[in-house]
Design a protein around this ligand. Structure first.
Ligand code: G
Ligand code: G
Ligand code: MN
Length: 527
């Protein structure tokens, strides 16, 4: 039996941990995977837009090249290096954002340009490729007046423009490791300028399309081709860049998820264990006499004298901690143990209060009954036994019933009537916090109405609900009920209640729940 229970317990722990960790980690992994996929998509978009940027700059260059050469030809100067020609070249140069220079070439030599006359001319060397339109391209040009820079020269009909080789790929990218390239589609993908590693076979993937995006060998690649010129551009990002970012995120999220999962598992396990164990533990507590009573003084508001006390049950666990009734009374009610607890509470009152009743014949003790308690006749016998054993009269006992106890109205009405017939008095507890209809109230035989702490708390606050307490008082008066106000903490509250005719009060202002012998001490001192 013990073995089986231990096995079950182990199985529950394992199950709780597996379920909770799965419940937390699986969504995290799914989220990471989703983030990776979205990241990949976003990077594909980025690459496409970079490739278009590069292409756009090159197309701009090509347009300015065409326009510049057209202007020079339309000028029809007989001497291409005349002062007027040079002035026109400077004009074109200044108004063309992409062009570094525009000039005249004769037999492979740059004779003059927007920069001036070049003496015997600068040798441009042979063309690297010639496009179908007849544009001769030199793609790694060095010029003596700018030895550190590399240029590209585009020549057509004796005119040439010179641009920085890096000009088309000189764009800002969000990611550090982006490869960019501009290439000519004429010479089977001859690179014109590039940065970062570029695989020539990527260019071929474009085929006849205008743009293509794909993944290849660890890269996200976008390739685009121009509609007007025989040029294309590409942008590529190593996937490892994304993986690194995702790994950083996962390195934080997954341990966090594990911790959250384990915490959740522990909480679930702890709660289920506790709940499942409660009835068993309550039974054991009854058997081992772990319940005891504290008593909270009830005072007469006019004289300030202690006229009675409310018995409040507590459960001292073996480890010494004291459990308050709000935690175990509901469980006892749900599991049918409340009758045994009520019986125990009454025996504790009977066992302890005899002496006080003998010394103070007018003293009263209020006991709390739960809704179930007033559904059966047992309570009548139990009260009779309590009165006999405590050696008091029935008027020394007040039974507190919460509004919930009135729900089965007919049975409750009959029971309360029977109890009252024995001379025991009845108080309605926690009044106003339940949901019973007010019209019922007049049909029950009652002696006291306990004004709940939540209404007392509103006194003097100016809150919208602060006038409710006045109505409760008026209603109690109309029904001819005596009043006990609960939870009084300030003299102002006591003053207000006193002025409005409330007779009795309980609260920290007068005394917290305490052992019965403390109450006896107070009575002896006449406090
Ligand atoms: O003072 P304390 O926190 O213990 O009171 C909590 C609530 O528990 C009170 O509202 C009171 O009505 C209820 N209570 C205290 N003792 C008993 C008891 O013996 N039986 C029942 N049914 N309720 C009790
Ligand atoms: O059964 P009943 O609802 O009357 O229980 C009253 C509850 O309110 C108990 O838990 C008791 O300890 C608590 N209590 C009693 N007087 C005061 C008080 O003046 N202030 C506060 N905050 N709690 C009180
Ligand atoms: Mn009470």
């Amino acid at each position: 039996m013990v073995n089986r229970m231990q096995m079950n317990k182990k199985a529950v722990v394992v199950l709780a941990v597996v379920v909770a960790v799965t419940a937390v980690v699986v969504p995290i992994i799914a989220a990471i995977d989703q983030a990776r996929r979205q990241g990949l998509e976003a990077e594909q978009e980025h690459m496409l837009s970079y490739a278009h940027d590069v292409l756009g700059r090159s197309e701009g260059t090509a347009e300015q090249f065409d326009a510049g050469i057209r202007k020079l030809r339309e000028a029809r100067e007989t001497d291409p290096c005349s002062e007027r020609s040079l002035a026109l070249m400077r004009d074109i140069d200044l108004s063309s954002s992409y062009l570094q220079a525009i000039g005249y070439v004769s037999q492979g030599r740059l004779v003059c340009s927007s920069l001036g006359k070049h003496g015997r001319g600068i040798d441009l060397g042979p063309a690297d490729l010639v496009t179908s339109r007849g544009v001769a391209i030199r793609n790694n040009l060095k010029l003596p007046f700018a030895p550190d820079a590399t240029f590209v020269a585009l020549e057509l009909n004796g005119y040439v423009v010179i641009v920085h080789k890096d000009q088309p790929i000189d764009i800002k990218t969000h990611e550090r490791d982006v490869s960019l390239a501009l290439f000519s589609l004429a010479g089977k993908g001859t690179g014109l300028s590039a940065r970062g590693p570029v695989d020539p076979k990527w260019i071929n993937r474009l085929g006849k399309r205008r743009e293509v995006v794909f993944r290849d060998d660890g890269y996200v690649v976008a390739v685009v081709g121009s509609e007007k010129y025989a040029i294309g551009a590409l942008a590529a990002l190593p996937v490892s860049y994304l993986d690194r970012r995702i790994r950083d995120v996962a390195a934080v999220l997954i341990p966090l998820g594990l911790v959250a999962g384990l915490t959740l598992a522990y909480a679930v396990f702890w709660l289920t264990q506790r709940r499942a164990a409660m009835p068993t533990v309550l039974k054991a507590a009854l058997k081992r006499n772990q319940f005891f009573l504290d008593y909270q003084p009830v005072v007469d508001l006019r004289t300030g004298r202690c006229v009675g006390a409310e018995a409040l049950i507590r459960w001292r666990q073996p480890n010494g901690s004291v459990v308050r009734p709000d935690l175990f009374i509901p469980v006892a009610e749900q599991t049918g143990l409340i009758a045994r607890i009520t019986a125990r509470m009454m025996r504790l009152v009977a066992g302890g209060a005899g002496q006080i009743f003998r010394a103070h014949p007018d003293f009263h003790i209020a006991i709390n009954l739960s809704a179930d308690d007033i559904q059966s006749d047992h309570v009548i016998e139990a009260l009779a036994a309590l009165i006999r054993d405590a050696g008091c009269g029935p008027a020394n006992i007040i039974v507190e019933v919460t509004e919930r106890g009135f729900l089965q109205a007919d049975i409750a009405r009959g029971m309360l009537s029977k109890i009252r017939a024995t001379g025991v008095q009845i108080a309605i507890d926690d009044f106003g916090t339940g949901y019973s209809s007010l019209s019922y109230l007049g049909t029950f035989e009652l002696d006291y109405l306990k004004i709940d702490k939540s209404f007392v708390d509103t006194i003097g606050t100016g809150a919208a609900t602060s006038h409710v307490v006045k109505h409760i008082i008026e209603m109690a008066k109309a029904l001819d009920l005596k009043m006990i106000a609960e939870g009084i903490e300030t003299e102002a509250q006591a003053q207000y209640l006193r002025e409005h005719g409330v007779q009795y009060a309980q609260g920290w202002l007068f005394g917290k729940p305490m052992p019965l012998h403390e109450i006896a001490k107070r009575l002896a001192h006449g406090a």
